[in-house]
Design a protein around this ligand. Sequence first.
Ligand code: UT7
Length: 331
Amino acid sequence: MSGAQRRSVILGTGSELPTKVITNQDLERMLETSDEWITVRTGIKQRRVLEEGKGNADMAYHAAVRAMADAGMEANDLDAIIMGTVTPDYLFPSSACVLEDMLGARKAFSFDVNAACAGFLNALAVADSFIRTGRARTALVLGSDALSRLLNWDDRSTCILFGDGAGAVVLGASENGDRGILSVLLRTDGSYAKTLYVPAGGSLRPANPETVQNNEHTITMNGKEVFKVAVRSMEEISRQALKEAGIDLEQVSLVIPHQANRRIIVALAERLGVPMEKVVVNVDKYGNTSAASVPVALDEARREGRIKPGDVVLLNAFGAGFAWGAAVVRF
Ligand code: UT7
């Protein structure tokens, strides 16, 4: 790769998890399930839930402030704020706009990206394009979701899986060297739109007493189908992203997969031939935090010293749409 090529470099990371914890034992008291079932089938032990009266941007704010401090950047240094989310504070405006005001980022243009669990990678790809084409020199990229707001707490096949959280990275343009986002790829297959979705609350089925009565504003999912396609798709796109970056799997120091289910992560690692020591897993602590899962895990991995300068990290995610993606980043 040419040294003169402009790339996006990750200058800082940050994350925020709500303080309220719901353990598997708590769920045992709420519905017919068991810690054993949840642990064996998913690897999840507990999840965080955003307190009432707070919205997505309240979580995202703390993640953003930490990422900016890590990058040594002020709000007015930001050219763009792009947030992957499916749980914005309002249907509109975007949570990125709400966050822009909270941060006082007066020069930034801001918008949300809706790609469910792949939201962060989609936001990263968009920000990377702005930076590589010179439209922005800096960008705050977030994955932030409060899926607890979309759960039917009587549906044991979904409510045990999800949690809330926010993760952020600050990107900056760099003209020198081989650091930064080496490749980022996105895919979708809309024929699976109803395999994982929230049936009501949009323009097709606006809220009415019947939709509320029928719990149609909550997540509906065929978990087995998601599982199957997720593993296959994340393997495929990871290999493609590595190929495009000119990186062999042996050169990858760390894989940071979407945290949906420990069994999905293990199956993916097996298919890629990557040992679990090189794979970040925190789904036990937070459950599936949707768009936040990859940036939260990335931030934790950095703070735990698992990423050193020069390391190549593979990120991947899969979720509703279906939408999925992968990125290869050199730190
Ligand atoms: O980011 C993408 C978001 N979604 C995902 O990643 C989901 C991917 N899918 C999965 O993680 C798994 O499919 C699940 C964890 C959702 C389910 O695991 P599974 O091994 O596919 O179980 P299953 O749905 O086939 O259910 C097996 C049994 C059923 O009972 P019967 O019909 O065999 O008698 C369920 O009723 O387990 C029962 N079951 C439960 N039992 C106790 C389902 N949920 C629970 C529960 N506690 N929470």
